[in-house]
Design a protein around this ligand. Structure first.
Ligand SMILES: Cc1cc2nc3c(=O)[nH]c(=O)nc-3n(C[C@H](O)[C@H](O)[C@H](O)COP(=O)(O)O)c2cc1C
Length: 341
């Protein structure tokens, strides 16, 4: 795929996410779980502690802004806005795919986020499929160093690529390359889906590869089948994409799949998270860190103020949920067993 096509695709993705309803028709599954309400929490709300540490960096809350924005001029201001917000709230952030930066190094300036976010947990991002397209562990190390990232997210998106006319679909032999990358990179590698979740089998495949965390990016939020459908003009290709709107493993199920089958690997939860109660449920189900893409994207395209309100709302919602569930800190929250309806 040439440079122009990559730019156009990223800009299309941004525009479609901003203008269309691209939500999956299935839910994150979190509504099936609930906390026992504690009417005698024996806690003071103002003392609830949401801090935790991930990859040796202290976080004010167990949440991060998920990988979204790539290196086009039109969208780079959004990345800076996300980075300023992450810095202000003491939370983490993922960058969108850096593939563009490999092909056009001058575009790396659009990812110079350390200038506004010197302290945050910052995660670089590239499609795992690029490891089959001659992108080497050295290339990945360079990208990480250039942006000063604390980790590299490798996104796995076979279904998305299959629905794109220009998609890269040779996903064979990737596991071995992921393992090689984990052993040569100087920062942790996080493997993530893009909205269809992680199966028990995929979790087992990743165990022992050296992957530090799996971000489940489960079904229940942004549906990339729907996003890709809006980019297609051919009716038959649109019909194929439409049939995948409710595809995927829910976020709640994916967290459990990873927790039970990839021991020793940290679990990042994302996919359809909307509020602080969702975050608390993911943590009680076994997650360590929770990502928001669609919700924060829709706020950020309106204004920085709305994005900050959205982040504040999630953190305050999490605190109140912990208070009402009787958990003084994140450790206590993760020890609670949720009930199921
Ligand atoms: C506008 C937008 C752009 C995205 N771009 C990327 C990307 O470049 N790399 C990636 O790994 N995931 C990307 N994603 C996927 C998200 O990181 C996330 O996994 C997915 O949208 C599910 O979360 P959500 O339901 O909160 O949106 C993008 C999501 C959105 C909404």
């Amino acid at each position: 795929m040439d440079k122009k096509q990559i730019h156009k695709r990223k800009d299309d993705h941004m525009r479609i996410n901003a203008e269309e309803n691209v939500q999956s028709t299935i839910s994150s599954g979190l509504e099936h779980f609930y906390f026992d309400h504690q009417t005698l929490p024996e806690l003071d709300l103002v003392q609830i502690d949401t801090t935790m540490t991930i990859f040796k960096k202290k976080q004010n809350a167990p949440i991060f802004i998920s990988s979204m924005v790539g290196g086009t001029k039109e969208t780079s201001e959004l990345n800076f806005l996300f980075a300023r917000t992450a810095q202000a709230f003491g939370i983490g952030m993922g960058i969108g795919s850096l593939r563009i930066g490999l092909q056009e190094p001058q575009r790396m300036r659009y990812f110079a986020l350390r200038s506004v976010a010197p302290d945050i947990l910052l995660m670089a991002n590239i499609g795992a499929i690029q490891l089959n397209n001659a992108v080497s562990p050295d290339d990945c190390q360079k990208l990480v160093e250039q942006i000063g990232a604390d980790g590299l997210v490798l996104h796995l998106n076979p279904l998305q690529e299959a629905l794109q006319p220009e998609g890269d679909t040779n996903f064979s032999g990737l596991l071995q390359k992921i393992e090689k990358l984990c052993h040569s990179l100087e920062v942790p590698v996080i493997v993530k889906e893009v909205g269809w979740g992680i199966s028990e089998k995929a979790a087992r495949q990743l165990q022992g590869t050296g992957v530090a965390a799996i971000d489940v990016a489960g079904a229940g939020g942004t549906s990339w089948a729907e996003v890709e459908k809006h980019r297609l003009s051919n009716q038959s290709s649109k019909a194929i994409a439409e049939a995948f709107r409710d595809w995927g493993i829910s976020t709640a199920q994916s967290i459990q799949n990873v927790k039970r089958n990839a021991r020793g690997i940290q679990v990042f939860a994302s996919g359809g998270l909307n509020n602080g109660v969702d975050v608390a449920k993911c943590l009680a189900l076994g997650a360590d860190y929770c990502g928001f893409a669609g919700k924060f994207f829709r706020a950020a395209i309106h204004s920085e103020e709305l994005l900050q309100e959205a982040v504040q709302e999630v953190i305050q919602g999490l605190k109140i949920c912990m208070f009402a569930a009787g958990a003084a800190d994140i450790d206590a929250l993760q020890k609670i067993t949720l009930r199921q309806r």
